[in-house]
Design a protein around this ligand. Structure first.
Ligand code: ZN
Length: 148
């Protein structure tokens, strides 16, 4: 699929999911059956990253409850790097790099993992830290899910 079409598809799929489920900030091409190394994230603004690679990561870690629309009923407690530097290309093939911290950093780690077939449940701290979303909501309320 041409890149522009793929990115449109990723964006539409993410937004459609979010409108129905109330969460979802990023999506990776394998989640819609494409083998291309493309992710689309949307926290403050929409951003597509082609061939993203983490080139630097902080030693400092954060722990958070992660979700994913490939398994919308589950939450997994994972550890992620507090900040990452990512190199990627845009749709024209131009190279860029960015430094991300906090929510964007953990989201990029989540989505780049998808490109290698790694899911948040594979990263769960242990099997006790994979719970149903309903159970998570009951225990945690809707408090901020980012625990530094
Ligand atoms: Zn995911």
């Amino acid at each position: 699929m041409p890149l522009r079409g793929l990115v449109d598809d990723l964006r539409d799929t993410l937004r459609d999911f979010r409108s129905r489920h109330g969460f979802g900030r990023g999506i990776a091409a394998p989640q819609i059956g494409s083998g291309q190394r493309v992710i689309f994230v949307e926290i403050d603004r929409p951003m597509e990253l082609v061939n993203p690679v983490i080139v630097k990561q902080s030693r400092k870690m954060m722990t958070l409850w992660d979700d994913c629309f490939s398994f919308p009923t589950l939450m997994a407690k994972v550890r992620r790097h507090l900040s990452v530097d990512v190199r990627y290309q845009d749709l024209e093939g131009k190279r860029h790099s960015l430094h991300a911290e906090g929510p964007l950093a953990e989201l990029l780690q989540h989505e780049i993992d998808h490109l290698d077939g790694i899911l948040a449940i594979d990263r769960a701290i242990d099997s006790k830290h994979i719970v149903y979303r309903t159970e998570y909501d009951r225990r945690q309320g809707h408090a901020a899910r980012l625990v530094l």
